[in-house]
Design a protein around this ligand. Sequence first.
Ligand SMILES: [Zn+2]
Length: 62
Amino acid sequence: MNIKCPCCKNMTIYSPENLFRPFCSKRCQTMDTAAWAEEEYRIPTQELAMPSETDDDSWLLS
Ligand SMILES: [Zn+2]
């Protein structure tokens, strides 16, 4: 089964032989993990910079 690597969008094989699935390579797996870490790190910074953004969202939903 062929899938697209979520990181670089290259086609890769989704099988037990691909140790890095759903990624095409160790590089992409590492890149994605780094992106996640960066995302988690960025959230508190955004809340500090724009405290009203989340408030606006909950106001629109309710
Ligand atoms: Zn990739």
